[in-house]
Design a protein around this ligand. Structure first.
Ligand code: PML
Length: 256
């Protein structure tokens, strides 16, 4: 295996973000990744971009290779499940639900969406992200071909690239000590699927999390009180994380 490179793409139109993607690949796969990302940028449902930014950069730190979280496909009533999931993650359900509502309203101070995540201290509900407009983004993400094969095989017809991207991202977030869970509501108006993930337990794939057509959403990372924010943000942005295996895609919840 050759050197590893991080390949990142983001596209926009008239200054507004359209889509983004990233991968960590072996040097022999850089052209393939660049080609597929340009193709993705040009076929975004949100329109043809007038700007596509591609960044190819050698990975300088030793990557963390870690199993991805298992996925649970939730078909139970949403609010009931959310309450159970918040309890399981040691987050007071009233706090969890209030941040779910905030994502649906637009969590930035102007009521817009944030590109990055909110960091919320539990149980105080204090917001810890330094920039309340932009939030915090996790980056430097990859998946081995073995883990991708397992995910595709186990998820079957429920596999999408979006699931893969979200699963790698949240598996990285949930690997950090002091993270209690992450809630994600897509800000794409056409996409109503999101998730709540809990460290060491799983990625709970939630359907119809918001009304179709709503361009609001975002991510909330719930953390315990003693988490130190600057090293956590440094980990999210800069530590290369590669999903190395996938445990399973389940239709039964691991609790009643
Ligand atoms: C899925 O499980 O289908 C992905 C949910 C997260 C979507 C976030 C996004 O891509 O907007």
């Amino acid at each position: 295996m050759g050197r590893l490179f991080s390949v990142k793409m983001r596209s926009s139109k008239g200054g507004a973000h359209l889509c983004g993607a990233e991968a960590i690949v072996d040097e022999s796969s850089i052209s393939k990744a660049v080609y597929s990302f340009v193709k993705r940028a040009l076929s975004s449902k949100r329109g043809i971009p007038d700007f596509v930014n591609l960044k190819v950069e050698a990975v300088k730190q030793e990557p963390i290779y870690s199993p991805l979280l298992p996925v649970f496909h939730v078909s139970q009533p949403l609010r009931e499940v959310l309450v159970k999931l918040f309890k399981l993650a040691s987050i007071p359900p009233s706090l969890g639900l209030s941040f779910y509502s905030l994502l649906l309203k637009g969590p930035s101070p102007t009521g817009g969406v944030m590109r990055g995540a909110l960091i919320v201290e539990v149980p105080s509900g204090k917001r810890l992200e330094p920039d309340k407009f932009k939030g915090v983004r996790a980056s430097c993400l990859g998946i081995t071909s073995r883990a991708l094969g397992e995910l595709k095989e186990k998820a079957g017809k429920f596999y999408t690239d979006r699931l893969k991207d979200a699963l790698v991202l949240t598996s990285k977030i949930c690997s950090y000590p002091g993270v209690l869970g992450e809630l994600c509501v897509s800000d794409d108006p056409d996409y109503t699927t999101g998730y709540f993930s809990i460290p060491k337990i799983g990625y709970f794939r939630l359907f119809n999390l918001k009304p179709y057509g709503l361009s609001k959403g975002g991510r909330v990372i719930f953390v315990s009180r003693n988490l130190e924010v600057p090293p956590f943000i440094d980990y999210l942005k800069n530590s290369p994380f590669i999903g190395s295996s996938f445990p399973g895609y389940y239709f039964e919840l691991p609790f009643r």
